[in-house]
Write a protein that binds this ligand. Structure first.
Ligand code: ADP
Ligand code: MG
Length: 697
């Protein structure tokens, strides 16, 4: 590509998008594809063949030789299996072919993907099915076709399917409510997401010298550097040349893929950065976020860097999260979380707001568990990220409006509403009046909710299918009540008042990091699931199964399988971390310490033999030997506990063992090692220090 081209000239050049389809497909086929995109109706075989051939021609002209169904199994990352377009001619040659059948359906061997017991291994087959709502694109000379992934018997094995289903349901249920407000034009309601992505960049050579970063993505040892983030000099600071070059290339590659990368800046921690795209439809945002994470890692390598997406790569330094900005809008362009200018819009907005509050209050554990992972456990609740209790921030202005509705009193004339249905307007809430609280897990920010609990490495699909399902459930309930009302306006007013009264406990506009909040949330009965295990075991509670089953998002068996997959991932993650710690301590840290201790002993002996004072060496040596003994004991403990975890037959018992025994044992092992790092000369310490990791780019 000519690098002097402006972004508008190459934006989306690797995407088989609407414009491309319009130009290369016969109109009837193009219309059929649009119908599939909008309504999910299957594409007739003849049309699929035409689309596939056009896709292939387009991709081959851009240098592709292969195609792949691109899917999102429960590993949390994406998967692909490449097939060449080649078909033998029978006379020794080949032609390039791609059929509608190959476009629509694939049959990868599914046996090695996590299924949580859903798929017995003798039924190794899985299916990938084209998601026509997300455009095909080119990556590494391969045509990638976004697909959903299920088992031979049709059980859901991926992250995309429930998200697509939840978007349908939100649309259906919200339209019912909109009709009651007299909207006869909207045909579809869509949820939109803009995920802000945080990440660290560190030098590749330094990375390579640390087994913990290579195997686990985070540092398992490391003394705090003399300088952390206390000076706040990194946030929005100048980009170094290397980082700037990386970001530029990343932007260009994302733009080619039609991803609206918009904002980039340094984050609060040293070596930490953020990228925010312009929001788009949920499922596209989820696909784009996966691609963004993948490209971040890949492009970093080209610049001699490594991109860390772990939620907490460095102890004592802020970790990385992902902010899921969520809203909902109609196909005629109305954002339903925008308070609007007229009373009619206000009432509709207030109903949406109340539905959201009620949903979060009733289903908080689901939102909490959507963000649960071993990595995110290191970050949530640590006064750098939201607490583990879910609450919603709405800001003072909106709070006054809700108070007035609840108490049925008109507001005064000083810019606030006099609440009387259909008469007075509520003021516009500007972002700056609603976004002052950075400690809330879920904040209303003017025309959307920002959910800040997600970890940087998370797929956003789980959070969004859960948010969508919850919202659909509340819309369903509200629509059912209001459809039966004799007097819509008074029923609406009743519903709003009742909802606020019953669910106002979920609103918290104060400091979410303060101790008072933890006492207060107990009074309010808001659940606090402090760890992944606490959260995940809630997944199959009957009231949760009910909402997923009601809308055919997931069956009980599929929910149980997800719970098991996620617990299993948690257990394996912690186990790998624990084993990596032992490995590093045994092979690097302890030998270096013993070596240095031997040198000290020798120099003590030498000094003593000539009657010189060796008190400094003696004191240092004693400290080091004591710490080494501590480390050695802690290693033995950890080894025993891993063996204990390994004989647990039940997944949940094992998970508790990791959470309650192994993680504390890892902390007991880290403490003496980090103290030793501060005592040894830097050239004797066998792994790069935090200063080297964080300040050498
Ligand atoms: P901040 O850093 O203050 O949270 P940013 O402007 O960096 O805000 O990010 C806000 C994110 O919210 C962007 O990705 C933006 O596209 C997204 N966003 C804005 N409006 C909507 C909407 N209606 N639906 C979903 N996301 C939205
Ligand atoms: Mg944000």
């Amino acid at each position: 590509m000519n690098t002097h081209q402006t972004p508008d000239a190459y934006f989306g050049c690797l995407v088989f998008n609407d414009a491309v389809m319009r130009s290369c497909l016969p109109n009837s086929v193009y219309q059929a594809v649009m119908c599939t995109k909008r309504k999910g109706t299957p594409l007739p075989k003849e049309a699929a063949d035409v689309v596939a051939a056009a896709m292939k021609d387009w991709a081959v002209a851009k240098g592709c030789t292969h195609f792949t169904h691109w899917f999102q199994p429960m590993t949390g990352i994406t998967a692909e299996k490449h097939d060449a377009f080649l078909t033998p001619t029978g006379t020794g040659g080949v032609i390039l072919e791609f059929s509608g059948k190959e476009l629509i359906k694939g049959e990868p061997d599914a046996s090695s993907f996590p299924s949580g017991g859903l798929r017995a291994t003798f039924e190794a087959r899985g299916y990938t099915v084209w998601d026509a709502t997300s455009d095909a694109f080119i990556k590494d000379h391969t045509l990638c076709i976004p697909t959903a992934f299920c088992s031979y018997r049709g059980e859901v094995l991926d992250k995309k399917t429930p998200l697509l289903r939840s978007m349908e349901v939100v649309s259906q249920q919200t339209l019912r409510v909109l009709r009651l407000f007299g909207n006869t034009t909207a045909q579809r309601v869509t949820t939109t997401v803009g995920p802000e992505q945080e990440y660290f960049l560190i030098d590749k050579q330094t990375f390579d010298a640390r087994e913990d970063l290579i195997l686990t993505g985070r540092t398992l040892f490391g003394a705090k550097p003399p300088k952390g983030e206390e000076m706040a000099d990194h946030y929005f600071g100048n980009l170094t040349q290397r980082v700037s070059d990386f970001m530029r290339e990343l932007d260009e590659e994302l733009w080619k893929l039609g991803i609206y990368a918009k904002t980039k800046h340094n984050e609060v921690a040293p070596a930490q950065h953020e990228l925010a795209p312009v929001f788009t439809t949920s499922n596209i945002a989820a696909d784009h976020n996966q691609l963004t994470m993948e490209l971040m890692k890949k492009i970093a390598r080209k610049h001699g860097l490594v991109c860390l997406l772990h939620e907490k790569p460095f102890a004592g330094i802020s970790g990385s999260g992902k902010h899921n900005n969520w809203s909902i809008s109609t196909d005629d362009g109305q954002n339903l979380l925008d308070p609007g200018d007229t009373p009619q819009d206000n009432m509709q907005f207030l109903l949406m707001l109340c539905a959201f509050l009620k949903g979060v209050h009733e289903f908080a554990p689901l939102l909490r568990l959507a963000t649960a992972s071993a990595g995110n456990d290191c970050r949530l609740g640590g006064n750098e990220a939201p607490p583990t209790v879910i609450s919603v921030f709405i800001g003072d202005d909106l709070q006054r409006v809700l108070d007035a509705i609840e108490q049925d009193v008109p507001l005064d004339d000083t810019g606030r509403i006099k609440f009387d249905v259909g008469v007075d307007a509520i003021p516009k809430f500007r972002k700056d009046t609603t976004d002052r609280n950075r400690t809330s897990p879920m904040a209303f920010t003017g025309n959307k909710f920002e959910f800040r609990m997600l970890g940087a490495a998370d797929s956003i699909s789980c959070t969004n299918f859960i948010m969508n399902t919850i919202f659909a459930w509340e819309m369903d309930e509200f629509a059912t009540e209001l459809e039966q009302a004799e007097d819509f306006q008074s029923a609406l007013k009743d519903l709003l008042r009742r909802t606020i009264r019953e669910h106002k406990d979920i609103i918290f506009n104060g400091n979410g990091y303060g101790d008072e909040w933890f006492d207060e949330c107990k009074h309010r009965n808001l659940p606090n699931y402090v760890s992944t295990v606490d959260a995940l075991v809630q997944y199959d509670r009957p009231e949760f199964v009910e909402i997923f089953e009601k809308y055919n998002i997931l069956t009980r068996a599929e929910i149980v399988s997800r719970k098991e997959i996620l617990l299993d991932q948690y257990n394996k993650t912690v186990q790998i971390e624990a084993k990596t710690m032992l490995d590093m301590a045994r092979k690097k840290i302890l030998p270096a310490v013993l070596d240095y201790s031997k040198d000290l002993a020798e120099s003590i002996a030498v000094k003593r033999s000539v009657s010189l004072d060796a008190s400094v060496e003696e004191s240092l040596s004693k400290n080091i030997n004591d710490l080494a003994a501590c480390l050695h004991d802690a290693m033995q403990d950890l080894r025993d506990l891993i063996a204990w975890a390994n004989i647990q037959k039940d997944l949940i018992d094992a998970a508790w063992c990791y959470r309650r025994e192994i993680i504390p044992a890892m902390e007991r092992m880290r403490a003496p090692a980090d103290a030793l790092e501060l005592l040894l000369p830097s050239d004797r310490w066998p792994i790069p220090s935090y200063t080297e990791l964080l300040y050498h780019i």
